[in-house]
Design a binder for this molecule. Structure first.
Ligand code: FNR
Length: 358
């Protein structure tokens, strides 16, 4: 039988997830950007180097000073409880088993402390939202620092949350907690009208560069901006003193019609000029996608939906399985491309298909 692929895990998840969860996780599957993220990788071709000793491959990388076994980590996604009763506790276990990291979403269904207790110290990242009350942000940063988180991710491509655009309340098919948004259990159910009103009042929508600068100045942790697509924003991020930039279009869930992330990565990598680490997410489904992203400047990549599919497929083990599939494909692709270590993966490995037109 052929080895399982990420697409097989997606199929299994589709059968296991409730209609509600599948719809929420996939949306907007018919979006142009969602499709383009995946298809754009296929428009880059690899030019391998042969006759090199690739008998042993080292797939490890260092991200923000911490070594990971693979250049593939898990990005922040909301509501893992929709995929599995153990929610983020299972996802983070799956990541830790592969010695890689996960960015915990503020919309997680377990508290950042509970998630930290589940994994050995090491790679722990927290995606914090922007709040109007800076005292509240200060307290949240303090919680993340005390719990041993090693970086703060700020998502900058979401000026408004869904409930500002679509104010309808949501009824979740399973019990949902949001312990990183509410200090105590809220008096109203997540998804209710009162809850949406509360969020509207508390969140800074839209956040601006002042908010980024304030956070940069008020935590000792590295700060990563997630959702950068333009060279100008990348330069402003560097000027703010951020430590990392994740080239991302939110998996096609924000402005539809923006470029695939892999298509803008090279220009952003050049503009940043080594002053911050550069990562990429969106559309990573195979090991060769990872290889191409690294060749074009990403230090590591993040997966969103594939981790959720693994979680739905088989809990922590399913998450590990997705990472293992990507690692094995990546390692084999490295061998066939003539790369024994990640530093051997250079831009000369990749050409865009338009190359043939020259
Ligand atoms: C997301 N994403 C996201 N991003 C973020 O910064 N904070 C969040 O809470 C969420 N929540 C979220 C929920 C779901 C269901 C999805 C699918 C995505 C975006 C995510 O971090 C990432 O950018 C994309 O998922 C990457 O694309 P792929 O890997 O899903 O193709």
């Amino acid at each position: 039988a052929p080895l399982p692929t990420v697409v097989d895990i997606e199929q299994s998840a589709r059968e296991k997830l409730s209609e509600f969860a599948w719809g929420y996780y996939s949306h907007p599957e018919d979006g142009q950007t969602y499709r383009d993220n995946i298809e754009a990788f296929k428009r880059y071709r690899l030019i391998p180097r042969n006759l090199r000793d690739v008998s042993i491959r080292d797939t490890s990388v260092t991200v923000l000073g911490t070594r990971m076994d693979i250049p593939i980590a898990i990005g922040p996604t909301a509501y893992h409880r929709l995929a599995h009763p153990d929610a983020e506790l299972a996802t983070v276990k799956g990541a830790a088993a592969m010695n890689t990291g996960m960015v915990l979403s503020s919309w997680a269904n377990h508290s950042l402390e509970e998630v930290a207790e589940t994994t050995p110290p090491g790679i722990r990242w927290f995606y914090m939202m922007f709040y109007k009350d800076r005292g509240r942000m200060k307290r949240l940063l303090g919680r993340a620092e005390r719990a041993g988180y090693t970086a703060i991710f700020l998502t900058v491509d979401q000026p408004f949350f869904r409930f500002n655009i679509d104010p309808r309340p949501v009824t979740f098919p399973v019990p949902i907690r949001l312990p990183n948004i509410f200090d105590e259990e809220p008096p109203h159910a997540p998804g209710s009208v009162e809850h949406l009103e509360y969020l509207r009042a508390a969140l800074k929508q839209p956040a601006t560069w002042d908010d980024v600068q304030w956070i940069r100045d008020n935590t000792r942790l590295p700060v990563v901006l997630k959702g950068i697509l333009s060279v100008e924003d990348a330069k402003m991020a560097v000027a703010c003193g951020v430590n990392g930039i994740c080239v991302s279009n939110h998996g096609g869930r924000q402005l539809d019609g923006v470029p695939a992330t892999i298509d803008v990565l090279p220009d952003i990598f050049r503009a940043v000029g080594g002053k911050a680490e550069v990562y990429l997410d969106g559309g990573i489904r195979t090991g060769t996608d990872v290889l191409k992203a690294l060749a074009l400047g990403a230090r590591c990549v993040f997966i969103g939906r594939p981790a959720l599919w693994g979680l739905a497929h088989n809990g922590a083990e399913g998450v590990s399985q997705v990472l293992r599939i990507l690692r094995d494909e990546f390692s084999l692709a490295m061998a066939r491309a003539g790369c024994a270590k990640v530093a051997d993966i250079t831009s000369s490995l990749v050409v865009h298909e338009s190359y043939y037109l020259y």
